[in-house]
Design a protein around this ligand. Structure first.
Ligand code: ATP
Length: 403
């Protein structure tokens, strides 16, 4: 097994780290990549604005989640859990024990590679792992790497050294980013999920007013709360909801914000969802208490209202986007239907739903509701009473799925 080890302060992780990690996985053919945030780096002081270890781990998790094949990537708290300076030689010795027989590769950018001989116990490091170095800027070519490679090869015979070129160089450092963030810029160097995490937790001197975020900031916050694989669906729902709002005369801005936030609590566990319902006074019936899928629309609506200051229209659209209900507003119908048929959805009948959505919104809503009811029946699951009420209400008002 080939394991890559990517250590650093990741304070915060940025797109340069992402490019480096992805290229190393591909070029070295790694079976596993360990991202290891340092507790106390031996070669630099952690600045005062450094967030507490749980924040640094959480941001590193977002970096891991954004890599292709995130299941091969793991964030390890090994150095954060160890007291004292985070010497790489200690980390490698620990990993060698944990993964006997594995081939370890230490990943590092130019700055680290050029000083490797000055690290604590470089001999142990080079005995335990190969080193894969990559440039951080256009200037870091062979002319920079070759002399150091030769020097290390001579000083540590048998050392495995390789240099790779990153196809997508991102010339940024965390130091520079922290300066930019404190001035209210720098988002373009960050994964939106990391940026959102920083804003939501007020890290690095950001003082975002979460109740008055612009659209890119709101997206970033939403994406910071979910797994990367859900972002496509959220994006699709946002765009579809805006198109439907323009078609049916609802407010496109509200539709956009509802689309962006509709699944923001999707990955919270049952207990957290129930605790949020308690905090915000959401009354739950028996089915809702036990069916976690029904909870995220309620808690997502509460977060939209109480954390992001969204108006009632957006709150209600999110609140009803899973079960639907009798007598819905246009915006509520739009989010329900957009969530069902946005371009990333694929199931038998989705094309018909897409057609109907632009011909007759009520018919599309009824088709969605009936599809859900049928699916629940097929899976022997209880149907929520509000979904049945939605169906009855639409039928009583002469709506059919014929359009
Ligand atoms: P700081 O500015 O706080 O020193 P940094 O941006 O150098 O931070 P680290 O967390 O110390 O980030 O870096 C972890 C590893 O990633 C190091 O090996 C570093 O060389 C490498 N690295 C950092 N930035 C880039 C980048 N833009 N492109 C490629 N590699 C990078």
């Amino acid at each position: 097994m080939k394991i890559g080890i990517f250590g650093g302060t990741f304070n915060p992780p940025h797109l340069g780290h992402l490019a480096a990690a992805q290229t190393a996985i591909d070029v070295l053919g790694l079976d596993k990549l360990l991202i290891i945030p340092a507790a106390v780096p031996p070669h630099k002081e952690l600045p005062e604005s450094t967030p507490a270890p749980p924040h640094r781990l959480a941001m590193a998790e977002k970096l891991a989640d954004a890599l292709l094949l995130p299941e091969t990537v793991e964030v390890s708290p090994l150095e954060l859990d160890r007291s004292g300076k985070s010497y790489t030689s200690d980390t490698l010795a620990q990993l060698k024990q944990q993964y006997p027989g594995a081939e370890l590769w230490l990943l590092m950018g130019t700055d680290m590679f050029l000083t490797l001989h000055l690290w604590h116990d470089p001999e142990a490091i080079l005995n335990l792992a190969g080193v894969c170095a990559f440039g951080r800027s256009e200037q870091d070519g062979e002319a920079v790497f070759a002399p150091q490679r030769e020097h290390l090869a001579k000083a540590f015979p048998g050392a495995k050294l390789t240099t790779i070129t990153l196809p997508g160089l991102v010339d940024i450092s965390s130091t520079r980013l922290r300066e930019l963030l404190a001035k209210g810029t720098g988002a373009e160097y960050l994964l939106p999920s990391v940026y959102g995490y920083i804003l939501m937790n007020g890290l690095y001197g950001t003082h975002a007013d979460l109740k008055h975020l612009d659209i890119p900031e709101l997206r970033a916050c939403s994406y910071s709360m979910v797994l990367e694989k859900r972002v496509r669906h959220i994006r699709g729902t946002e765009e579809e909801a805006v198109r439907l709002a323009e078609r049916w005369g609802a407010d496109p801005e509200y539709a956009r914000r509802a689309g962006i936030l509709h699944d923001c609590t999707k990955y919270l566990g049952q207990e957290e969802q129930l605790a949020l319902c308690k905090t915000y006074g959401v009354e739950l019936d028996e089915l809702e208490q036990s069916a976690i899928k029904l909870l995220h629309s309620k808690t997502g609506a509460c977060i939209a209202r109480h954390v992001f200051g969204e108006p009632d229209e957006v709150f209600h659209a999110i609140y009803w986007h899973t079960t639907a209900k009798a007598d819905m507003t246009t915006l509520e119908k739009i989010l329900y239907v957009a969530d069902y048929m946005e371009p990333n959805r694929s199931f038998d009948g989705v094309e018909r739903l897409r057609e109907l959505a632009y011909q007759n919104l009520d018919s599309a809503l009824l088709l969605g509701v009936e599809t859900t009811i049928q699916e629940m029946k097929d899976r022997s699951l209880p149907v929520h009473q509000n979904t049945l009420r939605a169906q009855n209400w639409l039928r009583e008002h002469g709506v059919t799925t014929e359009g």
